[in-house]
Ligand binder design. Sequence first.
Ligand code: ZN
Length: 415
Amino acid sequence: MPRLTHLECTRCGEHFPADRPQTVCPKDAGILYARYDLDTIKRTFSSARLSGRAPTMWRYDAVLPEADPVSLGEGFTPMLPSREYPNVFIKDEGVNPTGSFKARGLSAAVTMAKHFGLKKLAIPSAGNAAGALAAYAAAASVEAHIFMPQDVPIANRIECDYYGARVTLVDGNISDCARKVAELKEKDNWATEGWFDVSTTKEPYRVEGKKTMGYEVAEQLGWKMPQGIIYPTGGGVGLLGMWKAFDEMEQLEWIGDQRPKMVCVQSSGCAPIVKAWDEGKSTSEVWPNAATLASGLRVPKPYGDYLILSILKKSHGTALAVTDEEILAATRHWARNEGIFAAPEGGAALAAYRKLRANGFFKPEDTVVLFNTGTGLKYLDVLDADASVARAPSPAKPAATKPGPRHIGGIIGPY
Ligand SMILES: [Zn+2]
């Protein structure tokens, strides 16, 4: 019997075969989760057998699909003790290939796409997911077709070009890009030419890649769960993946039934999960005119919102928003005090931790893991514009040097 036994809808529980490409549940558009024969895995593999394995996310292949991995060395990123706060750890995803945590999900998704013989992978994206898809597609010798708004961060556009991806710059926002992919799907050659849509949570394996962050948190903390995890949440796939990993590890008896409080941090310029959480709702509403310089958080309605909100509730976690000013200050603070040049999304995690310490949600003795989801090097245009404002607040040159908000809306993400 294969390790990966079937896919299961997270809404209706219906099972689907895992031996062919799948998207979402045909009945209710629910996200499909990969399910494994955990009883057999428990008997044949133990956490002790991980030691000495390659320091990549594929060290956990016992709980990943059987396929030849398309790997660039992603995962097993450093868990750095904070120099500033005892009991705080910074999980630095910026050292992944392509400079962000997106490498994990797209390593897994491209691995499975190649396994199924798919040829042309399409993605609407305005950021790090595009770069990651482009890199893994190059490594797998499949085509990456990327649909990006014209005003994407320059690093993402250049890396996609160098990786040889087919980039279409769209006059519009991420929703218009998603529409381009939808138009492609209507064409007769979609199936015959081996096209596939690897949009966030629209296929089952990006979550599988992201779940390895949960396995790493446990392994790197000696199989003890922290009291909290603060996760910058755009599409929230990492949050879903980690929670799935904790459930799997409990069934494997690698951990007990303790769970960290899962904390979702968003930008006050785009905080649909925070709003839904504050209002006690089980799904989010589209955030109008989403605008934040932390482009990974610019997801006006995450597709997996119902799962994110349920996890926050089950884990006794919370959701909170921080301003772009707080994000930039925290990003700079981390660079100066920890030696970590984080993505602005990572800075948001620090800003959130400070607030949650101040209001008593976390105590000084609580072990808390803050996720930095990417490297600041991917955001030089945004961060340099901010620095020039800080250096020369000349009245002759008012806010013109500050980056204008990108009004990138839509339900697709994270980018
Ligand atoms: Zn369903």
